[in-house]
Design a protein. Structure first.
Lengths: 357, 296
């Protein structure tokens, strides 16, 4: 049980800066998800916390102790790896017990702790088996058991579910969530899967090119993305991004096709400013009026619970619309759609940061 | 063999069938070509000198006699020393066993350090070690002779062990390095976080996973060192000579009638250990050469 503070942490490989100064304080018992595309530096950051990568600049503080120069074993952390990293020649019991044995924990206590972890993870029947005799989900549970028995200050998860098939992934995601709720151990979890991030996290740290694009709760990140990158990365289907211009009065945004979308609040200072306009597909509805734009329906994906319509605006921009229920239009239809009031996201046209609401 | 035949498509019609038998015939000829010397050696070694003189080279022995074997083992003269092959056989064992164990262990350690604790310049170091396996052994003779003299190991079994360890390291390192590349790095990282140190990870994680490549390396090193003649002839003095050198001396120093049966028996004695090792561990050898990865 501890806090994990990452203070202006940097990582360079020669002249290449992979992590360009990340700051975040993870609260005791908090579940922080590091989310981003591959190569964004999220795994590197996690490995720096673990002690598997050296820290070029800044500090990592675990439980109030600066751990920059400590070996991984002295950092009081446990890590779960993507490919499980179980010791192939050891039984499930020995896999879980190994870390305790090395630390000289007395045998009876090892047995108690492993038994307890096995019970939590429903691995009791498999303790004498080798990892090769287990299914993917069971192996992942053993990997988590290995972390649990150590009773560490923090759990570090490095894309633990990416090797599992879709169904098992959903199941294990729920298990991890329950486990963390039950044990209340501070957790850092790396993933590129936004669904994992949204469902597991207390807070999400969205990373791109080694910088933190946004830190916030899942809903904050979803409802008020801090940048075009976050807006595009979170949400499926992704947010529509269009070029627009704030009108001369500062009351609305003019879309390329001429539709005038009212702004939630007037922005007289930003009059005539070009902006990037973000509209989530689910916030577009079929309607007429000043705010509406005509679209040509190019493709309709009926997903059962909802329908995704791929439309094209007169100026050639594509527009995704997500509607509840079964499709009410077909390819070739002309529709008139408008965003729901107040559902606009405005971003600076040049650097992509969100404009103050 | 079985995998070869099963991999071939089933024969249909006469043409393919004839081709198939033709193939078998060629394979049989090759097999005979390679086996014939062994057959001649074995059969000659069990013949008496009279029979060798009167019979043909290829005929099988009429009466099987082990006299030549016993003579070669206990009484044959190697130079002026007529104690047979036995003491030299022991010399070889005394050299080969420690040299194989040491070079294998250090090869494993090198491979582990080169793959799992990648330091700056690890690839350059590996390239240099790899280069060592292409060096002809003659190149080492003079510098090694000086080194052994400097260390006071010239002419001793210890000196030969050192020579074989040094020369073998290039190969053993190569074997283990290539095998360990396929073991996931995360395994080592997991062990690091579990609290294991450099040598603990080596002994408790890497070595237990190395059985197949260990067998390959041991067979390779055993065969190489046991069969070595050049280093043995160059660096071992008189009574410390390995069995290969003794065999050469036995065959070359016979006076009077050439005792082919004794020569053949001595050659068989000198060659048997490698055959035995291969027979015992051969299946692991094939397995180790083909398998490489340890999938979780």
């Amino acid at each position: 049980m501890a806090t994990v503070e990452i203070k202006n942490v940097r990582k360079s490989y020669g002249p290449v800066e992979a992590i360009k100064g990340i700051d975040i304080a993870v609260q005791d018992g908090e579940f922080l998800v590091l989310l981003g595309p591959s190569g964004c530096g999220k795994s590197t950051l996690l490995r720096m916390v673990a002690g598997l990568e050296s820290i070029t600049g800044g500090q990592v503080v675990i439980g109030g102790r600066v751990v920059n120069d400590l070996d991984p074993k002295d950092r009081d952390i446990a890590m779960v790896f993507q490919n499980y990293a179980l010791y192939p020649h050891m039984s499930v019991f020995d896999n879980m017990a190994y870390g305790l044995k090395i630390r000289g924990v007395p045998k009876p206590e090892i047995e108690t702790r492993v038994a307890k972890a096995a019970e939590i993870l429903e691995l009791g029947r498999f303790l004498t088996r080798r990892p090769s005799q287990l299914s993917g989900g069971q192996r992942q549970r053993v990997a988590m058991g290995r972390a649990i028995v150590r009773e560490p200050a923090a759990f570090l998860f490095d894309e633990p579910l990416s090797n599992l098939d879709a169904k098992l992934r959903t199941q294990m995601r729920i298990e991890i969530k329950r486990l963390q709720d039950r044990l209340g151990i501070t957790s850092l979890y790396v993933t590129h899967d936004q669904v994992e991030a949204m469902t597991l996290a207390d807070r999400i740290l969205v990373m791109n090119h080694g910088v933190a694009e946004q830190i916030g709760t899942p809903l904050e990140v979803y409802q008020r993305p801090a940048s075009l990158f976050v807006a595009g990365f979170i949400g499926s289907p992704p947010m529509n991004v269009l070029d627009g211009v704030i009108d001369a009065s500062g009351q609305g945004v003019v879309m390329p096709g001429g539709a005038l979308l009212p702004l939630p609040r007037p922005r007289p200072d930003d009059a005539n400013r070009p902006v990037k306009l973000g509209i989530r597909p689910e916030h577009l509805t079929i309607s007429d009026g000043l705010a509406a734009s005509p679209i040509l329906v190019e493709l309709v994906e009926a997903l059962g619970a909802d329908t995704v319509v791929y439309g094209r605006l007169p100026d050639g921009e594509s527009l995704l619309i997500r509607m509840a229920g079964l499709p009410s239009c077909t390819e070739g239809d002309q529709l008139s759609v408008a965003p729901q009031p107040g559902a606009l996201h405005l971003f600076d046209a040049a650097h992509g940061r969100r404009l103050a609401d | 063999m079985s995998s070869l035949t099963s991999a071939l498509p089933p024969a249909e019609g006469m043409g393919p069938r004839v081709a198939r038998w033709g193939l078998y015939l060629i394979l049989l000829l090759f097999a005979a070509y390679y086996l014939l010397p062994l057959v001649v050696m074995l059969s000659t070694s069990f013949k008496s000198l009279d029979e060798i003189r009167t019979g043909s080279l290829l005929s099988l022995p009429r009466d099987i006699s082990t006299d030549a074997w016993i003579y070669a083992w206990t009484r044959a003269c190697i130079g002026a020393d007529c104690r047979g092959m036995a003491p030299y056989f022991m010399n070889s064992l005394v050299i080969v066993i420690p040299a194989v164990i040491i070079s294998t262990l250090f090869g494993a350690l090198n491979g582990y350090a080169l793959t799992k604790w990648r330091f700056r310049g690890a690839n350059v170091v590996f390239a240099m070690i790899l280069f060592g396996s292409f060096l002809p052994s003659q190149v080492m003779l003079l510098p090694m002779a000086q080194t052994l003299g400097f260390l006071g190991l010239a002419g001793s079994a210890g000196g030969l062990i050192l020579v074989h360890v040094v020369y073998g390291l290039a190969f053993t390192t190569l074997f283990f390095r290539n095998y360990y590349v396929s073991i996931p790095d995360d395994l080592v990282k997991a062990a690091t976080i579990d609290g294991a140190g450099f040598f603990q990870i080596f002994t408790k994680i890497m070595v237990p996973l190395s059985l197949p490549i260990m067998v390959v390396t041991i067979i390779w090193q055993f065969t190489q060192i046991w069969n070595d003649f050049l280093f043995g002839a160059s660096f071992a003095a008189g009574g410390a000579q390995p069995v290969t050198v003794a065999l050469n001396n036995l065959v070359n120093t016979t006076t009077g009638v050439k005792q082919y049966n004794v020569d053949m028996a001595a050659a068989m004695i000198a060659g048997l250990p490698t055959l035995v090792v291969y027979a015992l561990a051969g299946k692991y050898f094939i397995r180790g050469l083909t398998a490489g990865s340890v999938k979780g």
